[in-house]
Design a protein around this ligand. Structure first.
Ligand code: NAD
Length: 291
């Protein structure tokens, strides 16, 4: 089996890396946080002292980091992947970052003969654990075909989209849709509560109708139980919406509702709620309505 490098063992990266071990891949890992590294070591992964060493020790390197600057630092920075990677190695960045940043990083690593795919995911921690993520991939189709089975150990739906950066364009579309869904359900549930109609009953009544959705079923029960431990942090969703706004500005697309959603998430972030799950968006509407 090929040796895979894995950098970024957070909420998503840790279970994804575990699934690769389960599938029989040899793994070499690195994270700035020693705790998940220790956990992976106990399961049989090797540890590297930095990203450059991961790149030296593995054939395919996966990154699962918060945002564009983190991926740039891990790939292009001191002791980064590019320092350790030889021509022929493959980089798969599974983080959700700005599409323009994916293209910039891919161009830089190509100068050293390293090929890159951007392959962000959707589905959250539960699907990362089950290995049933949706993975949206940008880059050369031939390269995608080479790593499709590897990605299949982490995801149920693995779809090639187009050239590098298009995986992250798709992820921005996904994040706009998810944010606006959570905002809509939050506003609606707060309205019901303020009028005096039990939000639990409203959810039970509407989930089988046209308003039913994967987002509603994933988030409404957590909102109703007031469970706001992440999951997907508001600060990360805000990062995605800002990347969407930046991309919209570049291409002259006025993202009116994404702009409003960005304001909502920014207000929550500024009041210390950035590390809560994005289900806590409901608190913005509760505060507005005095619930
Ligand atoms: P996280 O903050 O839990 O994990 C990020 C990990 O990267 C941390 O362990 C951190 O120590 C490590 N890290 C940061 N910079 C590093 C560096 N330079 N070198 C080595 N390690 C470094 O984040 P997460 O929730 O796992 O999300 C990761 C990515 O996946 C983000 O882009 C996020 O938007 C996306 N995503 C998250 C979810 C979710 O539900 N959490 C779902 C889909 C996509």
């Amino acid at each position: 089996m090929q040796k895979i490098g894995f950098i970024g063992l957070g909420i998503m990266g840790k279970p994804m890396a575990k699934n690769l071990l389960k599938a029989g891949y040899r793994l070499v890992v690195f994270d700035m946080n020693p705790e998940p590294v220790r956990e992976l070591t106990q399961l049989g992964a090797e540890v590297a002292k930095n990203a450059a060493e991961v790149a030296r020790e593995s054939e395919i390197i996966i990154t699962m980091l918060p945002n564009s600057p983190d991926v740039k630092a891990a790939v292009l920075g001191q002791n980064g992947i590019l320092e350790g990677a030889e021509p022929g190695k493959i980089l798969i960045d599974m983080s959700s970052i700005a599409p323009g940043a994916s293209q910039e990083i891919a161009a830089k690593v190509a100068e050293k003969g390293v090929k890159m795919l951007d392959a962000p995911v959707s589905g959250g921690e539960p699907k990362a654990i089950d290995g049933t993520l949706s993975i949206m991939v940008g880059g050369e189709e031939e390269l995608f075909n080479q790593v499709k089975d590897l990605l299949g150990c982490m995801g149920k739906s693995v779809v090639w989209i187009g050239p590098v950066g298009s995986g992250n364009v798709t992820k921005l579309a996904n994040q706009i849709i998810v944010a606006l869904n959570i905002i809509a359900m939050s506003e609606a549930l707060v309205l019901a509560q303020k009028v005096g109609v039990a939000p639990e009953r409203v959810y039970q009544a509407i989930r089988g109708g046209l308003a039913g959705s994967t987002v509603l079923d994933a988030k409404a029960p957590l909102i109703l139980k007031r469970q706001f431990a992440p999951g997907f942090r508001i600060e990360l969703h805000l990062k995605d919406l800002r990347n969407a706004m930046e991309t919209g500005n570049q291409f002259d697309v006025p993202l009116k509702f994404t702009s409003l959603a960005t304001e909502v998430l920014q207000a929550l972030n500024e009041t210390g709620k950035g590390r809560l799950d994005h289900g806590a968006i409901v608190q913005y509407f509760e505060k507005l309505s005095g619930v």
